[in-house]
Design a binder for this molecule. Structure first.
Ligand SMILES: *Cc1c(COP(=O)(O)O)cnc(C)c1O
Length: 381
């Protein structure tokens, strides 16, 4: 054999040539860079990327190349990753609960932006982090609306506590800011509206002019055929509501998308291990692997089936029960999955829009979970 190929034309070329027995994530650098530029060009403020969503080196490299200059980091390991690949980028340490050892690493690495949602964690930051030129954003929450997943159950101070924390931040000499996370896969742009208005109320109640408002992640990716992400509409709404709510005291805006940037830059392919007695489909990947998010966030219907030769099956789609490879009965893709009726052992099931929370949360449970990332020029079969 000659040199092995490292960039493929599209998923079908790879599937028919390699016949992979383990699941594959196909990565399109062009799609990722285009998504990043869509945010940079359209969002009325600074665009940062939430590293946890997909921390692959190639993702951070391509985002840097596309012009992303800031990263939301949750741990010392994510800080080391960013320092290694994008040493000049800003790091926003927006995991609001940290051990003292973690705070010490952040200070050492030059982190200048932190978020907080409690008095006890704020006291730790005030004690350990030099205030000069350093931002602390108070993270607040509201009762949930419009999100596929409730982030507020774990993090976020009430509106009342947030005003108190904001006063304390300003009094301690830090740059006072506010932040929230509206949830994830927020397909309705209005998910942001009440948060932005509440932020203005909190700042007013505290008597503090905030420097920045971080409107979180939560931007959707394309999971359902009929539901196109309304990214520009969301940017417009954020811009307009910030003006209305803050008037003269308008803060600079920051966003920290994960899914909205990386989600549609990867396509996943799993192989059909068996069609048991003509009924249930068993794949070589499931909810302990790269499909971990499907039970949490809801289905993806951008699914295609190809033969081992990489030819798309054209038969009408019918509902199937689909299981993953482990011996655990929860390892099932929720609901009925619509798959070409003539699906057969050895075929590949291709899920589009799989860049977020797939590579990052894949486990080795039952000895499965070996996952290949293959670079492609185009994600279309
Ligand atoms: C997870 C997370 C994000 C990214 O969320 P997406 O829904 O993937 O955009 C952004 N900010 C914080 C603080 C997070 O925890």
């Amino acid at each position: 054999m000659g040199l092995s190929k490292t960039i493929w034309t599209n998923p079908s070329e790879y599937l028919r040539t390699v016949q992979p027995e383990n699941p594959v994530l196909f990565f399109s650098p062009a799609a990722l860079q285009a998504a990043a530029r869509r945010f940079i060009d359209g969002f009325p403020g600074m665009v940062t990327y939430a590293v946890k969503t997909n921390p692959a080196d190639v993702v951070i490299e391509n985002l840097s190349a596309a012009g992303v200059r800031g990263f939301d980091v949750a741990s010392p390991n994510e800080m080391r990753l960013i320092r290694r690949i994008a040493p000049d980028a800003a790091m926003h340490y927006n995991n609001p609960v940290r051990s003292r050892a973690e705070i010490a690493v952040a200070v050492e690495m030059g982190v200048k932006s932190y978020s907080v949602d409690s008095a006890s964690e704020l006291a730790k930051l005030i004690e350990m982090v030099p205030a000069e030129g350093c931002e602390i954003s108070v993270r607040f929450k509201l009762p949930v609306a419009g999100a596929a997943y409730n982030f507020g159950a774990k993090f976020g101070a009430t509106v009342e506590l947030s005003a108190e924390l904001l006063k304390t931040v300003a009094a301690a000499g830090f740059i006072p800011s506010l932040t929230f996370h509206p949830g994830t896969q927020c397909t309705d742009p209005h998910a942001w509206e009440s948060y932005i208005r509440a932020a203005a109320d909190i700042a007013r109640a505290a008597g503090v002019t905030i420097a920045r408002l971080n409107v979180g992640g939560g931007f959707p990716n394309h999971r359902l055929h009929g539901v196109l992400p309304q990214i520009e509409e969301t940017f417009d709404l954020i811009d307009r509501v910030t003006d209305e709510a803050f008037g003269e005291d308008r803060p600079m805006l920051v966003c920290e998308p994960g899914r909205g940037i990386v989600g549609d830059a990867f396509t996943h392919a799993a192989r059909v291990k068996a069609v048991r007695d003509g009924a249930h489909v068993f794949l070589n990947d499931g909810v302990y692997g790269a499909l971990a998010e499907l039970p949490l966030i809801g289905p993806i219907d951008r699914i295609e089936v190809t033969t081992p030769e990489g030819v798309k099956r054209q038969a009408e789609a019918t509902p199937r029960i689909v299981f993953g490879p482990t011996c655990d009965s929860v390892d099932r893709i929720p609901g009925d999955v619509m798959l070409a009726e003539d699906i057969a052992e050895g075929d590949f099931v291709v899920f589009h829009g799989m860049g977020a929370y797939s590579l990052a949360t894949n486990t080795r449970f039952n000895g499965f979970g070996e996952l290949t990332v293959a670079t492609v020029l185009s994600l279309s079969l």
